[in-house]
Ligand binder design. Structure first.
Ligand SMILES: Cc1cc2nc3c(=O)[nH]c(=O)nc-3n(C[C@H](O)[C@H](O)[C@H](O)COP(=O)(O)OP(=O)(O)OC[C@H]3O[C@@H](n4cnc5c(N)ncnc54)[C@H](O)[C@@H]3O)c2cc1C
Length: 415
């Protein structure tokens, strides 16, 4: 049965639910379609950082060389599963092309503008709505166990300061003044105040609840399987539960967006970049603020009564295989920096697929190919951070307003 709809949002991750909320707040009638459940994708078990400090894209000079070295280490935080896949090869080619200083310097102010946009929207949200998803604004501390690795960060610190980000370099005492619960092996730190953190699973569910309160119809357990088009117009969204006739369509399906876009003959260079998290009952020795264990590339986030560790980036397609050696490496690394982590209880293992673009910038804006298709995807490592602002920007585009962030660098046709 065909159902006439105003706006169809595809995907119930943080991008989809935030978009649905802001569209409905403008009085639009919105239906969100999710193949599994709200938060079933990458938006659930991640590190939960609202990160507006070291907004340096992953595609940076030196990264391809470092990546090649890591490829041969089965416990490394970065892995590419070798395979003859043309989309992956093309993605890697574009990634290497984006690893220039010029591209990095162009990307940082865009990422910072998106991050600041989200911070402002959190403030607005807390004045307008009664919500609780564990939002805390304590900054983030990067820990180092060697002077050599601390010094390697000098260039990034200098670069990010050029863009007005406030960063403090700390010696061993300075670290302990901010976070006393660290082992003697920790010798240096870098503190940046412009980070908040949330419980991301609760965040996505709370935004879905607010969207529902605004009248959004949320349909779960329903997969978008194709489209019918008429010229440059999507005339029908086909799902496992029937077809929907949309006025506008917003594609916010995270790492799956390129698969869905294929059905529209639209090429989106998005690869699923798998990451893991390990969550535990928060121990008494828990750190009080989010940490990064620099040498081991592990993020540590205290979230209410939970302590979560996240790491790894695997370009291995949609492969649900959980690499136990990488999980063991995460567990091991924590004991190098933090005391009292030997007997953590109630472990929950999670993995999720970051929607990664070659230049590490999201794709936000009209599709160019279809008049009624807006893209809101490719948020890579920063989707939780950029969820609210992306939703707001999509609502501005659909309302015909001037977007509050310049979207030119985020167009899909930049690749
Ligand atoms: C280990 C790890 C740590 C991270 N830490 C952070 C962090 O600290 N801060 C930060 O900002 N970001 C972080 N991220 C990145 C962040 O999780 C993602 O960028 C973000 O969740 C992407 O949100 P999304 O809504 O685009 O995608 P998703 O949350 O993946 O949602 C997409 C949804 O689309 C649905 N879907 C797919 N196909 C279909 C279909 N055919 N029909 C209907 N529905 C469909 C999926 O089921 C899914 O629910 C981390 C990611 C990982 C893996």
């Amino acid at each position: 049965m065909n159902q006439q709809k105003d706006i169809i949002v595809i995907g119930g991750g943080i991008i989809g639910v935030s978009t649905a909320y802001y569209l409905a707040s403008q009085g639009r009638s919105v239906t969100l379609i999710e193949k599994d459940d709200i938060g079933a994708g990458s938006s659930h078990g991640n590190a939960g950082l609202i990160a507006n400090g070291f907004s340096i894209p992953m595609a940076a000079p030196g990264v391809p060389g470092q990546g090649l070295k890591w490829l041969f280490d089965s416990t490394s935080p970065f892995f590419i599963k070798p395979r003859l896949n043309l989309d992956l090869i093309s993605w890697l080619w574009k990634f290497c092309r984006a690893c220039t200083e010029k591209q990095v310097k162009q990307s940082i102010p865009i990422l910072l503008a998106l991050g600041q946009g989200s911070f402002d929207l959190f403030d607005e949200l807390f004045t307008k709505e009664d919500v609780n998803f564990g939002y805390e604004c304590k900054g983030r501390l990067i820990l180092f166990t060697s002077e050599e690795s601390f010094e390697k960060w000098g260039a990034d610190v200098a670069m990010i300061r050029e863009f007005g980000v406030d960063v403090s370099l700390l010696d061993a005492d300075g670290v302990r003044r901010i976070e006393p619960n660290v082992l003697p092996a920790v010798t240096h730190g870098i503190y940046c105040a412009s980070y908040a953190h949330v419980n991301p699973g609760r965040f996505v569910h709370e935004m879905a609840r607010l969207a529902k309160n605004q009248g959004v119809q949320i349909i779960t357990g329903t997969t978008v399987s194709g489209f019918e088009t008429s010229g440059h117009q999507i005339s029908s969204v086909i799902t496992t539960e029937g077809a929907f006739i949309p006025d506008q369509v917003v594609l916010a399906a995270g790492a799956w967006s390129s698969v869905i876009a294929n059905g529209l003959k639209l090429k989106l260079p998005i690869q699923p970049a798998k990451g893991y998290s390990l969550a535990y009952k928060r121990p008494s020795a828990s750190p009080r603020l989010p940490l990064s264990l620099s040498e081991r590339k592990v993020a540590v986030t205290p979230m209410g009564d939970t302590l979560r560790f996240t790491s790894t980036l695997e370009l291995a397609g949609f492969d649900p295989f959980v690499n136990q050696r990488r999980l063991a490496a995460i567990r091991q690394s924590v004991n190098e920096y933090l005391p009292g982590m030997e007997e953590l209880e109630e472990e929950v293992v999670w993995s999720g697929y970051r929607p990664a673009t070659p230049d590490d910038l999201p794709i936000i804006g009209p599709s160019g190919m279809y008049r009624n298709l807006i893209l809101a995807t490719g948020h890579g490592t920063l989707g939780v951070t950029h969820g609210l602002i992306t939703g707001k920007l999509v609502s501005q585009i659909i309302a015909g307003e001037r977007p509050s962030v310049d979207l030119t660098p985020l167009r899909a046709d930049r690749f």
